[in-house]
Ligand binder design. Structure first.
Ligand code: ARG
Length: 494
């Protein structure tokens, strides 16, 4: 008889076993399951529910278990596998108490939260690297002007630094979302047992502190059945992926011969097996694709959860691999995106030629007509629009058309002939000057951008401090757990 199946059900079909088992993807939680068992046994001992003659061999068993275990494909999951092994090693008299006052339901979600918090911190670290890479690339680019686009058409000039900082700011919000998600994630479900709590005197707060949680998921039913933390983390991962996918798309577009604005390092490129001239930005392409995969994980997670009746249902097991998939895709992508940005070359010559006579300072000319010649903006817009159209029709540069045709066009639109000479037109249409004229907060004026850059340095330092603090807290939990075990075992030996 399989003792863990109890007496209620007989042997299940091996096909059904394999279909319902989570053992194939339980590896990431194995080391947490060991810690949870240690903390639980300590709690049973401290409350006097089991004596040291039971607790000591149980603790010894869990301490001897390797963190990386060979997974027995025949078992339902890691929780069963470990309990079975404990019974085999130290006998049912002692090991049979391990699950007193705890269930796989509270244990699994506790272990998932423990693994998820580490992965969240890893993702935060990758995000910091990405923000640092954006900051450095932005610093390196100085005041280099590039075309700014809307609808993928030249709109107004901006600096490369401004463009990169816009991504920095998006990732900044993602970072703050991760820190908020962490505070909701790092709460202990242990002690919820199957769904209703337990009459066994387990000390939930004691267990939570040994496992480095910051508090409890209070309601026992909520503790075992909720996976909104998974939805939240996968959503955070997806939002980070969306930011990176947009950046990846630009890198791909900008490395085409049509743009030629950037060249990714060979480290992040591949060639074609037939066309020897090809340099393909494959890492950027994969990041763009992973954004779709993570969206798949999000959609799967939400679809599995919707309409589940309270409380634990085995459906919840199906969510776990999606959580790992999303978090590792996002962390890997952020690390690679950071590497790629740090080694990428921006081609000033191609960028400058894209700006030549691109008419992207037309808005500044319209503003000038308003400010200096008191035209209503709508009239100025119409005048400049007509000049642009003429320039394209005649194949003449915009500046020559402005100088030659502004008097006639402005007279036609407003009844007033306005004249601008060549040197004044040159000045108005100069992209650098146009950027320097921007006064609104958060605008593309290089002076404002430099100010934002120093703010960003402060932000990054804060993020690093946040991360260090969380990691130190997790280490302290490990230390506390070890110390408790040492103290207990010392008592046994004395
Ligand atoms: N393997 C399950 C999971 O990953 C935990 C076991 C809960 N099973 C049960 N019959 N209550 O969620």
């Amino acid at each position: 008889m399989n003792i863990l199946r109890g007496s209620r059900v007989k042997k299940s079909s091996s096909k059904a076993n394999r279909f319902t088992s989570s053992i194939e993807f339980d590896a990431p939680i194995a080391r947490h399951v060991i810690k949870i068992n240690l903390a639980h046994v300590l709690s049973l001992l401290r409350s006097g529910e089991v004596g040291t003659e039971t607790a000591a061999p149980c603790l010894g068993f869990f301490l001897r278990l390797p963190e990386v275990m060979k997974l027995d494909k025949e078992t339902e999951d890691i929780h069963h596998m470990i309990e079975q092994e404990a019974i085999r090693k130290i006998g049912i008299e002692k090991a049979g108490q391990i699950n007193l006052g705890k269930s796989r339901n509270d244990q699994v979600v506790t272990a998932i939260r423990m693994e998820a918090r580490e992965r969240l911190l890893q993702l935060s670290e990758a995000l910091i690297s990405l923000q640092k890479a954006l900051k450095l690339a932005s610093q390196k680019s100085g005041d280099l002007v590039i075309p700014g686009y809307t609808h993928l058409q030249h709109a107004q000039p901006v600096t490369l630094s401004f463009h990169l900082q816009s991504y920095f700011d998006g990732f900044e919000r993602d970072f703050s979302r991760l820190t908020e998600a962490y505070s909701r994630l790092n709460l202990s479900p242990m002690g919820a047992a199957a769904l209703a709590g337990t009459s066994v005197p387990v000390n939930r707060r004691y267990v939570a502190s040994l496992l480095a949680f910051d508090g409890l998921v209070k309601n026992a039913m909520d503790a075992v059945s909720s996976r909104d933390f998974a939805v939240e983390l996968v959503s955070c991962a997806e939002m980070i992926m969306i930011g990176m996918s947009r950046l990846a798309e630009e890198i791909i577009l900008w490395s085409s011969s049509e743009f030629g604005f950037v060249e990714v390092s060979d480290l992040h490129a591949a060639t074609s097996s037939i066309m020897p001239q090809k340099k393909n930005p494959v890492v950027a392409e994969m990041i763009r694709a992973k954004c779709g995969s993570v969206l798949g994980h999000l959609s799967a997670t939400c679809s599995i959860l919707k309409a589940l009746p309270n409380s634990y249902n085995l459906d919840l097991q199906e969510v776990t691999p999606h959580l790992w998939g999303a978090l590792s895709d996002a962390a890997d992508s952020a690390e690679l995106m950071a590497e790629m940005l740090s080694s990428m070359l921006f081609r000033e010559d191609s960028i400058n030629s894209a700006l030549e006579d691109d008419k992207s300072t037309a808005t500044e000319l319209a503003n000038h007509l308003v400010r200096r010649h008191h035209l209503p903006f709508r009239h100025a817009h119409a005048v400049v629009g007509e000049l642009v159209r003429d320039s394209l029709k005649k194949g003449s540069t915009f500046i020559s058309i402005v100088v030659e045709e502004l008097p006639a066009v402005s007279a036609k639109v407003t009844g007033k002939a306005i004249r601008i000479d060549w040197s004044e037109a040159e000045c108005i249409l100069d992209p650098k000057r146009a950027l320097g004229m921007i006064k609104s907060e958060g605008g593309a004026n290089p002076r404002l951008i430099r100010y934002r850059a120093s703010e960003n340095n402060r932000r990054l330092a804060k993020h690093e401090a946040w991360l260090d603090k969380r990691r130190a807290r997790l280490q302290r939990g490990d230390w506390l757990l070890k110390k408790e075990i040492r103290d207990v075992l010392k008592g046994v030996r004395n």
